[in-house]
Write a protein that binds this ligand. Structure first.
Ligand SMILES: [Zn+2]
Length: 287
């Protein structure tokens, strides 16, 4: 298995393997049948047979009136296209229409197709927010060969925004430090995490986030690996650390709880297909 193991998690390019060849703006659509990622708002429409799958073949007739069509690459030589429907578009019976995050947690798709849908969602999110120049308000045009844009008015260039985040698994002897957010399913806990701030290294972000959320200081920070997280465009970087001091003070603005848990008695947590769940399973749990 390639190192680091996290490279194998879904949404990372490795999960697409050699089946997928990415396209860029300006690449010509070869036409003909392909694979269709049909989005209505944030929900993806799947063909729901015994197993849910992406639409294949010719463009689905019911998706004819779309507001956006993008070629994002080829899968096993077949064009992969994203279609964006109007938010009130009707999707015929026989389809499962679910947000990508729900598809991920319910394991409705293979890692390969899930990763393809994740890439599609990131590109679509970028296309939605980059139509107009954020500097002068004129329309943006494509920079061929990239996903970047150039303003037709002031010439400013804009490139996709990817947001780095850190996640830290902190241990203290036989215990791990876990947090709970109010919007999570009942009883669920996970590891502290947060977005990088201006002028901050990943290591500084990791230490700050743990201390802000829980009051705990860390030492011996070690990088584990990373996962692309298309909700809408984060790069999750995972670390382990040792307890370095401090008592738990819960940040009530963000969290419902923070606590030390014995490693042989961990509470419910998220799927180990997410880097947070994977790290807890790999480094936190005692079996
Ligand atoms: Zn401009």
């Amino acid at each position: 298995m390639p190192y680091p193991e996290t490279i194998n998690l879904p949404f990372n390019a490795h999960a697409l393997g050699e089946d997928f060849v990415p396209a860029r703006q300006g690449d010509e659509d070869p036409g003909g049948p392909g694979i269709w990622l049909v989005f209505r708002g944030d929900a993806l429409a799947l063909e729901s047979g015994e197993n849910a799958s992406l639409a294949g073949g010719e463009q689905p007739a019911w998706a004819g009136e779309c507001r956006r069509r993008l070629l994002i690459g080829t899968w096993q030589g077949k064009p992969v296209r994203v279609l964006e429907l109007d938010t009130d578009a009707e999707i015929p019976p026989g389809h499962l229409v679910e947000p990508l995050l729900a598809l991920f947690f319910h394991q409705r798709l293979s890692d390969g197709f899930l990763s393809l849908a994740g890439r599609a969602q990131q590109i679509l999110a970028w296309e939605r927010r980059s139509a107009v120049c954020s500097r002068c308000g004129c329309g943006n045009g494509a920079i061929p060969g990239t996903w970047g844009k150039r303003c037709t008015g002031c010439g400013a260039e804009h490139f996709p925004h990817i947001h780095p985040c850190t996640l830290v698994l902190v241990t203290r002897g036989d215990e791990v430090l876990l947090i709970r957010k109010p919007e999570w399913p009942p009883g669920y806990y996970s590891i502290p995490s947060g977005f990088c701030d201006f002028g901050e290294s990943l290591e500084e972000c990791a230490a700050r986030e743990v201390e802000e959320e829980t009051g705990v200081r860390i030492r011996n920070l070690r990088y584990v690996g990373s996962q692309s997280w298309p909700f809408p465009a984060q790069l999750m970087t995972g670390f382990t650390a040792d307890y370095g001091g401090g008592d738990i003070v819960v940040d009530r603005g963000e969290l419902e709880d923070a606590a030390w848990f014995r490693r042989d008695r961990l509470p419910p947590t998220f799927s180990s297909a997410s880097i947070a769940g994977w790290m807890l399973e790999t480094f936190g749990r005692v079996r």
